[in-house]
Design a protein around this ligand. Sequence first.
Ligand SMILES: [Zn+2]
Length: 231
Amino acid sequence: MTLPGQLYKLQQIDLELKGRQQELNEIENQLNDNKALVAAESKLASQKEQLAGVKKEQKNSEWELDDLQERVSKLGGKLYSGTTKNPKELVNLESEVKSLKSKISKKEDELLELMSQVEGMEAEVKASTGEFERVKREWQQGQENLGRRKTEVEAAIVKLSLARHKLAQQIDSAALELYEQIGLTRKPAVAKVEQGRCQGCYITLPISQWQKAKAGDLIQCNSCGRILYVE
Ligand SMILES: [Zn+2]
């Protein structure tokens, strides 16, 4: 293989290595990304917290209702037992019972409303639990796939790096240095020559330059400075 041919091959390895490295970076970014999982988890947690709050409210409301019912029952007993004879006291008792019954009715409405809220929220928590489980399964599956892909890409990188090392050892060190140096400012550093034109800058090469490149000499394009390679 000619020297430009070797450099061209090295360049192909470098390009593939770069592509694989980018792929690996993307895989690693995805492996670190658990935003969807965290979002589903926090949504569920906040719904559970809200549900617990309303359930607590319901419990309090039940206790208050029990208390009111107990009081009305006591007063009722007093009212109808006949032990209270004083008409004014009886009127007061009746009015108190009436007021308590009105409170009980309100409390019952409130309790029904809370029970219906709890029911709705329990359904939401159930749906969000299912959604979270689904997201988690998908995420775990995704992580497994990414892990496998990462292993493959890492192996490919090792293989390419070895191939690069082996090839670089066979290339004249000054030529290798030239390749690296051109690569700092112009990519790709090696340009193919097709139909007498440098494929890096599309300038038509002088015949003598083209012939030297064709013979396998290490020639740089007059116009762009790239190393010329004739296949
Ligand atoms: Zn050129």
